[in-house]
Design a binder for this molecule. Structure first.
Ligand SMILES: Cc1cc2nc3c(=O)[nH]c(=O)nc-3n(C[C@H](O)[C@H](O)[C@H](O)COP(=O)(O)O)c2cc1C
Length: 436
């Protein structure tokens, strides 16, 4: 048994799902049931949480129009994550359910109420993936010409989180008394206005809903830039990250843990999960053949470039695939650009796309379930912790086959090695993350 098991999360997109493979029936219906089934499979495999990503636009970053995005259903169309989080929560009882919501676009009071409601529905298993958003296209859907400057977005988010935390605390834990003698549901002396007046936001409070089981949702964050890492290490219960190889993961984790300690937090209260996309086969040859088939898919390069274009607002269709990238800057996701570009490596754009594997893979995991489980154990031992955020490989949609590979092939192989949990022992997501 390893000293400390790993935590597992799953990164999912609420998209149409697999629709064009020979085994697909045209895409999962938009009723979300495919993802409910998926969450139940992840719960049987004892994942800590399922994380639903979100952005708020149909991108035109690649090639100057939406053709590639809509043709391949890349990043759009997608549904709102919050209702899906609610139905997943209602159909599960142990797994954490995390939804992405942006501090740049949600009014804080509405976000605080929505997240609190979801935490009540999930009986303490809801998490908020705190993002600041990275695309001008989203800003233009909300009446702005372009996004606020990158670091300023984090300053605003900092005040935003302070405000929503005050709203969540506006109900004391024992405010609901349900006293039949005095015919009183809630004690008004224990529900407080907050009179928040900051630099960017004002809100009177109190929240008009009860305190949720966790008090505040579990916080997930993915800051990659120095400013983003500072923000993440101040608030997050779990940081989700991309990095290049063991060295990259180790230095990222060491950095955010040091930042957390410097801000008076116990670094062990933050679980850093790195994005990976294992590719499995019943034999090693079969796994590598699958990897190769994904890379040789005629759409692979275009879809990969469209994805990185979307999150950075840089049009990657303009660059030569067989030359190194020029120096680039973004007001969007800086950490994601740095991870993709591997500055100074001299690699061609084509090689960068292959390295990323279509998903920002942090380390290559290809082989039989036992081989990959072994490599996961070695990797985590070298990095120091804390676990992985799994997502589908290449640019394909998640499929039942892939969910089965992970939940019925890889996870049992990890469990046999004592590397992941075999049961849940806690009831809230924050407690589950802090169990080890
Ligand atoms: C695994 C992972 C998932 C992310 N999910 C989202 C998301 O759903 N929506 C979003 O707007 N940004 C998402 N991001 C982007 C982050 O919020 C952040 O902008 C990015 O990691 C770059 O950090 P930086 O802005 O500090 O450079 C994600 C990033 C990572 C690594």
């Amino acid at each position: 048994m390893a000293a400390r098991p790993l935590h597992l999360g799953w990164f999912m997109n609420f998209t149409p799902g697999e629709w064009d493979s020979p085994m697909a029936a045209g895409g999962s219906p938009w009723d979300g049931r495919f993802y409910v089934d998926m969450a139940q499979a992840l719960e049987r495999a004892c994942f800590d949480y399922i994380m639903i990503e979100d952005t708020l636009m149909v991108s035109e970053a690649y090639g100057g129009n939406s053709e590639v995005y809509l043709k391949h259903a890349t990043m759009a169309p997608k549904h709102d994550p919050a209702p899906l989080a609610a139905i997943i929560a209602a159909a599960t009882s142990k797994i954490g359910v995390v939804a992405t919501m942006s501090t740049t676009f949600y009014p804080p009071f509405l976000l605080a109420r929505l997240a609190s409601t979801l935490d009540s529905i999930a009986e303490g298993r809801f998490g908020w993936n705190i993002v600041t958003s990275g695309e001008d296209g989203s800003a233009q859907n909300f009446g702005m010409d372009k996004l606020t400057e990158h670091d300023l977005r984090y300053d605003i988010a900092d005040e935003y989180v302070d405000l929503v935390c005050q709203l969540w605390d506006s109900w004391e834990p024992d405010a609901v008394i349900r006293d039949r003698e005095t015919n009183t549901y809630a004690d008004f002396k224990k529900v407080h206005a907050i009179h928040f007046a900051g630099k960017y936001f004002k809100s009177r409070g109190p929240l008009n809903t009860v305190r949720s089981p966790q008090g505040r949702p579990t916080f997930v964050q993915a800051g990659g830039s120095p400013k983003g890492r500072q923000f993440a290490s101040k608030y997050a219960d779990s940081i989700i990250a991309v990095a290049n190889g063991i060295e990259g993961m180790k230095s990222y984790r060491d950095d955010v843990r040091a930042r957390a300690a410097a801000q008076g937090r116990n670094p062990d209260d933050i679980k850093v999960l790195f994005v990976v996309s294992p590719i499995l086969g019943t034999t090693e040859q079969e796994a590598y053949a699958r990897k190769k088939a994904g890379e040789e898919d005629p759409n692979f390069i275009e879809q990969s470039l469209a994805s990185i274009s979307s999150v950075t607002d840089i049009d990657f269709s303009q660059f030569d695939l067989d030359a190194p990238l020029p120096e680039l800057e973004t007001n969007g996701e800086r950490g994601s650009l740095d991870k993709f570009a591997q500055w100074g490596s001299g690699k061609t754009l084509r090689q960068l796309v292959l390295d990323a594997g279509g998903t920002s893979n942090s380390v290559d995991l290809v082989g039989t379930p036992d081989q990959v489980a072994e490599k996961i154990g070695e990797t985590m031992a070298a990095v120091g912790g804390d676990g992985f955020l799994i997502t589908r490989p290449h640019t394909t949609f998640v499929s039942n086959e892939y969910i089965g590979d992970i939940c019925e092939g890889l996870v049992p192989a990890l469990q046999r090695r004592g590397l992941t949990r075999t049961q849940y022992t806690k009831s809230t997501l924050r407690e589950t993350l802090r169990e080890f």
